[in-house]
Design a protein around this ligand. Sequence first.
Ligand SMILES: Nc1ncnc2c1ncn2[C@@H]1O[C@H](COP(=O)(O)OP(=O)(O)OP(=O)(O)O)[C@@H](O)[C@H]1O
Length: 271
Amino acid sequence: MSKHYLELSGVDMRFRTEKGEFEALKNINLKLQKGEFVSLIGHSGCGKSTVLNLVAGLYAPSTGGVILEGREVDGPGPERAVVFQNHALLPWLTVEQNIALAVDNTFTRQSKAERKERVAHFLALVHMNHAAHKLPGEISGGMKQRVGIARALAVDPKVLLMDEPFGALDALTRAHLQDSLMEIQAELGNTVIMITHDVDEAVLLSDRIVMMTNGPSATIGEILDIPLDRPRNRVQLSDDALYHKLRRRVLSFLYEGHNKVSQITSKSKVA
Ligand SMILES: Nc1ncnc2c1ncn2[C@@H]1O[C@H](COP(=O)(O)OP(=O)(O)OP(=O)(O)O)[C@@H](O)[C@H]1O
């Protein structure tokens, strides 16, 4: 078994289009440890969602493979839960029922009482017990996103995949949810891959930031370690020199322009 928990190994992704084949990703190599929080950042269209879809098992790589705990991913599975930007809750079910549906489908051998308790636990974890009986149409965008996260976590995924989970939210709600996510991850220790366009969000939440070059044939340009102590406090970090250095490194990567895949993958540390 690979000593890494999750691995993308030599992954290329080519799509068939009307104009012929389009190579979105070229030679993606990434290894994650269990419990690691990794962000993917890069310009629009570089292939971040494609990477996530490959790990989710929604796409099969054209070359290479995705390996989780030594086994090749060959389709979607409950051990890899996805949270999208637009929460995708079923509008005719209450908050509680939305989570219960996922729990009931996954834990078929558990008693009704056990499943009910699980739903309540995850509702409480995202501070949504007070709205358990509301319909998605009756709650705010931030609350819907909390429910989406609870639903994803309630099935005990080994890997949580998040595609710009807070992208559609106002700054304050976003900050609250980032804090909640850090607390939850500290408690549950899920392995997370999150796509974001927000440099501050990436530095605040991540153990490592994976920076992608522009497509076509996008690849990993640089991987930045984020050695900031946890728990992290956004107010304290605003005065932290290392935080600013890391932030600057990501910004300069994004603004340097990476149209051509000229460099081999480098791993950088900002000391
Ligand atoms: N099913 C598909 N068929 C053909 N081309 C695709 C398909 N899915 C993605 N692509 C192309 O692959 C490239 C990467 O797309 P992807 O959605 O992964 O980028 P992204 O980095 O997530 O973008 P954004 O940040 O704008 O969401 C784009 O050029 C896109 O047009």
